[in-house]
Design a protein around this ligand. Structure first.
Ligand code: DOR
Ligand code: ZN
Length: 332
């Protein structure tokens, strides 16, 4: 038996309506809270939209203890707008325009954002960033490091989160800044590009940023297993219905919410590093974001189960595979 205290998912897509109803309980069962991404069809970019979205999430989670740490979609905000919303958000999420799912309203010109970024620094609101350029797909994250360097260097009190890092170069970059942290997904700890496209194409493993080389994957794995203090777990669980994945023009996103915690335990346990897991799923996030998550003990036991082929309309990560750890209160 293993007990985790208030595990957190620091990067999560919950969507809206039926999809929200389907996926939110699966995160609420595993985690004490999650950072909720704002890239809805209509981005969450005002306090009104944020409040109604949070209400919908809380209602979809039922009775499980689960705090949605809300984010606003980056645009130019005034001081008044930010002051009004400051208590309701954990940060602002910046997407480069067009780089991934529902990011058309994102930033086109990084030279034009200084005024808002400066307000975030002054008001101590973290900036969460999808860090990819529009260059060659394998180089996008590395090319974007120069933007991170400007943000972290020009705004030294701003807390910056490099979301879902996928390369060894991003890890090396992190070492140089103490106002920067990063989230790491489960899938970037497990996959390389070979898993996605080395044999028959696997649309359910297609995500942004795309999985990289074995060297990148192994560097990320080693860093989290050793308890790297700037790395926080963020699943980037991003559900899309099967018809949007199994088609010409497959949407980017891996739905990992149902397997994230059991598979993380399997990974850390298999490497003999279970003691680093609590740091990865709670400690580092609590310190960086200065949050106090609700008390919630999540227990897992070493009993195998087979991941369902589908949850409603969505195929989960590791579908059909046998996992070694399950939730203590799980029936199968
Ligand atoms: O694979 C991804 N899916 N990456 C993202 O950045 C967005 C996400 C989504 O919203 O589907
Ligand atoms: Zn995401």
């Amino acid at each position: 038996m293993l007990a985790l205290q208030s595990p957190l998912d620091m990067h999560l897509h919950l969507r809206e309506q039926e999809m929200l109803q389907l996926v939110a309980p699966l995160s609420a069962r595993s985690f004490a809270g999650a950072v909720i991404m704002p890239n809805l069809v209509q981005p969450v970019n005002s306090r009104d939209r944020l409040v109604s979205y949070r209400r919908a999430i809380v209602s979809a989670c039922g009775t499980d203890t689960f705090i949605p740490y809300m984010t606003l979609f980056f645009r130019e905000y005034t001081r008044e707008e930010l002051l009004a919303v400051r208590q309701d958000i954990i940060g602002i999420k910046l997407y480069p325009a067009g780089i991934t799912t529902q990011s058309d309203a994102g930033v086109r010109d990084f030279d034009s954002i200084a005024a808002t970024v400066s307000l975030l620094e002054e008001l101590d609101i973290p900036l969460l960033v999808h860090g990819e350029s529009s260059g060659f797909v394998m180089d996008r994250e590395t090319e974007f490091l120069q933007v991170y360097a400007k943000l972290a260097g020009n705004f030294p009190k701003l807390r910056v989160v490099m979301e879902h890092i996928s390369t060894a170069a991003s890890l090396e970059f992190l070492e140089r800044y103490n106002n920067v942290a990063a989230t790491v997904t489960l899938h970037h700890l497990l996959l390389t590009l070979d898993d996605v496209a080395g044999g028959l194409l696997q649309p359910h493993l297609f995500c942004k940023p795309i999985a990289k080389t074995p060297r990148d994957r192994d560097a990320l794995r080693q860093a989290v297993l050793q308890g790297h203090p700037q790395l926080m777990f963020g699943s980037d669980s991003a559900p899309h219905p099967r018809h949007a994945k199994e088609c010409c023009g497959c949407a980017a996103g891996i739905f990992s919410a149902p397997v994230a915690l059991p598979m993380l335990v399997q990974l850390f346990d298999g490497a003999g590093c279970l003691e680093a897991l609590q740091t990865f799923v709670t400690g580092n996030a609590v310190r960086f974001y200065r949050i106090k998550p609700p008390e919630k003990m999540v227990q897992l036991r070493q009993k195998s189960w087979r991941v369902p082929e589908v949850y409603g309309t969505v195929r989960p990560f590791l579908a059909g595979q046998e996992l070694q750890w399950s939730f203590a209160d799980q029936d199968n």
